[in-house]
Design a protein around this ligand. Structure first.
Ligand code: PLP
Length: 390
């Protein structure tokens, strides 16, 4: 199936005014998503928030249906969260770590996840083992396997990092996790919406992500997947009247699904909007999306490299929509500002926020251009002209 790019761009009105290469920051939401958010907010204004919630029960349930279809799991294994960080921390903090147990992770682990490891190490005396990437920038699977021992309680991997276009071998890590019977938490924040995610073949017990990036959902939304058979081994760190019922003065019962990690209060308009965004992606076809994003990103890398004075940081065949680079003698912030003045959105990734990865690769602050399927070859050509002229 081929994509109707012109229609998809019509449903992405800002495409008329700017070149949005900041999809790894926050992608542009399509009109059906924005409309769903607005119309729920309007109903809250018209009839009241609780009353609008009752009316929107079906739309709210669609959130679980859409994610279950996208991830190949049951609706009972999906929960809403207000960000990827909160989703990830809810699961991480539900694990009963004992002192001297180990978290095994990789060089590209997301900064906030690593901060959570440091926090736990400080308070509970757990160990953190970080496996370096190989020369292709991918998690070194040989070293990773060799680091597995009886002390490893959790394997935590970031699938697609913020600061590089690589796609880590999440499935191979899943095989190791299964073989050694170790909990496996996959951060799919940057991969959800641009890479096909099937939790069975990934072999993960837990997976988290955000709404606003490649899924094109509203800001302030996220989700988690928790494998049904894993749920009983975890214990939510906080509960409320949504995640549990108060059965008698001194007793309570947790909900028997992943929603035991949700709270009663949530940004319902955003949750509905994210459900619509996932359905929108499913209707387009995740395979088509993955193929188009990767081919646009490869084209961008090739054309940037051809400029001669631009260094593209990732190499290889199987890369994501994230392209990272530096222009010779041009601080990343300056280039970012100049591009923005021409209506081009990109990001700067700061060395200070990447103590494991950018530091290891001896990279300064770097520029990031992240493309989505609604971007075009014409935009890439214009972008490269602007980078050349900056
Ligand atoms: C790999 C990765 N994980 C987690 C996050 C955090 O997402 P959120 O801001 O929704 O908490 C990000 C955000 O950039 C990310 O790139």
């Amino acid at each position: 199936m081929s994509l109707d790019i012109s229609q998809l761009r019509t449903e992405t009105p800002a495409c008329k005014n700017l070149i949005h290469f900041n999809n790894a920051g926050a992608a542009l939401s399509p009109t059906p998503v924005t409309r769903a958010v607005f119309s729920h907010l309007e109903r809250e204004q018209e009839i009241g928030g609780y009353e609008a919630a009752v009316e929107a029960q079906g739309a709210s349930e669609n959130f679980y249906k859409a994610f279950a279809q996208m991830l190949g799991c049951s609706e009972k294994e999906i929960a809403y969260a207000d960000s990827a960080t909160h989703a990830w921390n809810k699961l991480f903090n539900a694990i009963a770590f004992k002192p001297d147990q180990t978290i095994l992770t990789g060089q590209s682990e997301y900064a906030s996840n690593y901060l959570a490891f440091l926090h736990l190490a400080k308070h509970k005396g757990i160990n953190i083992k970080v496996i370096p990437n190989n020369e292709d920038g991918l998690l070194d699977l040989g070293l990773f396997e060799a680091a597995i021992d009886k002390s490893v309680k959790l394997i935590a991997l970031t699938h697609v990092p913020s600061q590089s276009g690589v796609i880590h071998p999440a499935q191979a890590v899943g095989k190791l996790a299964r073989h050694h019977n170790i909990l496996y938490l996959l951060d799919a924040c940057q991969s959800a919406g641009q890479v096909i995610l099937d939790v069975e073949s990934l072999g993960c017990d837990m997976l988290t992500g955000t709404g606003r990036k490649y899924l094109r959902g509203p800001r302030g939304t996220g989700f988690l997947y928790l494998k049904e058979s894993c749920r009983e081994h975890l214990e939510p760190a906080e509960i409320d009247l949504h995640s549990a019922s108060w059965t008698a003065k001194n007793t309570y019962e947790l909900r028997q699904d992943a929603r035991q990690y949700e709270s009663f209060e949530c940004f319902l308009a955003g949750k509905i909007g994210l459900g619509v965004a996932v359905q929108y992606a499913l209707d387009i076809g995740l395979e088509c999306i993955e193929h188009r994003v990767q081919s646009l990103a490869n084209s961008l890398r090739t054309q940037l490299q051809e400029l001669g004075n631009v260094h593209v940081h990732e190499q290889g065949e199987h890369l994501s929509g994230i392209v990272t680079f530096n222009k010779q003698d041009k601080p990343a912030d300056h280039l970012h500002a100049q591009l923005q003045s021409h209506g081009v959105n990109t990001s700067v990734l700061r060395l200070a926020n990447s103590q494991l990865d950018q530091k290891q690769r001896q990279l300064p602050d770097i520029n990031r251009a992240s493309v989505h399927y609604y971007n075009t070859e014409e935009e890439i050509a214009r972008f490269c002209d602007l980078v050349a002229a900056s």
